[in-house]
Design a protein around this ligand. Structure first.
Ligand code: G3H
Ligand code: ZN
Length: 283
């Protein structure tokens, strides 16, 4: 069933587990993620970046995800990931996303508050939940690029003020993860996470979670992370499976036969993450 992000994440916050938010840009990836969630009896969030929307078409990708979500036996939310463009955020609200992220992390604190508030004033009456970001997460996620030197951790005092002034439903915080492929193991600031969670007492979002060691993910979940974004790990699984088909079955040229192993690979990654995040059997 298709639900809002808040419906999924408020329960995760109250019961102490995290739900995976997996990026998609087509039918095959969406179906793989939903099948994995159904097999694990887990709620799931399917998210689209702005460039995935440009690639697939807003109406088209919304129809694919919404239809598969409505038919699913588990709760599924359709979320806009890193919405930095006002017009794209508004289009997603019109086209049926059930959750949007307004990413105002490139703005000064007050400006981020101001625009986030405006988004919420439109989204909430439409029944759509809103995520915002405070602090700057390093690395590259499609059109969002932040140099390591410009990445900044979330300030707990600012987080409290930000949430009070905006009324945002869940907050993405910067505690040392980064988008894309890590060069070494990331160093997560767990004390900061603990402090922010204690003071906000609301769903917390972790970006850049691909490649983060399992014990760090589990610790982050135990300290209050409730939404975990995964993109790079899915892309890498896709590439590896596609490479294998091309190499081992050079005579195959049917796109369906070439894509099937990529879907299986994505499904396996999603199932592993779901169990790691503790959302299995929570649907
Ligand atoms: O917004 C999406 C993510 O934060 C994904 O990060 O590519 O490192 O998995 P990742
Ligand atoms: Zn992200």
């Amino acid at each position: 069933m298709l639900v809002t992000g808040k419906e999924i994440l408020q329960k995760a916050h109250e019961e102490g587990y995290a739900v995976g938010a997996f990026n998609t840009s087509n039918l095959e990836m969406t179906r793989a993620v939903i099948e994995a969630a159904e097999e694990e009896k887990s709620p799931v969030i399917i998210q689209t970046s702005q460039s995935a929307i440009t690639y697939a078409g807003s109406t088209e990708i919304a129809m694919i995800v919404r239809l598969l979500a409505e038919e699913a036996s588990v709760p599924v939310a359709l979320h806009l990931d890193h919405g930095t463009d006002w017009d794209v955020v508004m289009k997603c609200l019109r086209d049926g996303w059930t959750s949007v992220m307004f990413d105002g992390s490139k703005y000064e604190f007050d400006k981020n508050i101001e625009i986030t508030k405006q988004v919420i004033s439109i989204a909430h009456p439409m029944g759509v939940s809103v995520e915002a970001e405070l602090g700057k997460i390093g690395g590259v996620e499609d059109h969002v690029k932040v140099d390591a030197k410009d990445a900044t951790m979330t300030d707990p005092d600012e987080a409290v003020e930000f949430v009070e002034k905006t009324g945002v439903d869940y907050l993405a915080i910067a505690i040392g993860t980064a988008h894309g492929v890590y060069k070494g193991d990331p160093e997560l600031d767990f004390d900061r996470l603990k402090d922010i969670k204690a003071r906000l007492n609301m769903p917390i979002v972790l970006h850049g979670a691909s490649g983060v060691p399992e014990e760090d993910i589990k610790k982050a979940v135990s300290l209050g992370v409730n939404k975990i974004n995964i993109d790079t790990d899915l892309r890498q699984a896709f590439k590896k499976a596609m490479h294998k088909v091309v190499k081992e079955q050079p005579d195959v040229y049917d796109p369906r036969k070439m894509l099937a192993p990529t879907s299986d690979a994505i499904k396996e990654v999603v199932k592993t993450k779901i169990r790691m995040f503790g959302s299995n059997n929570r649907a």
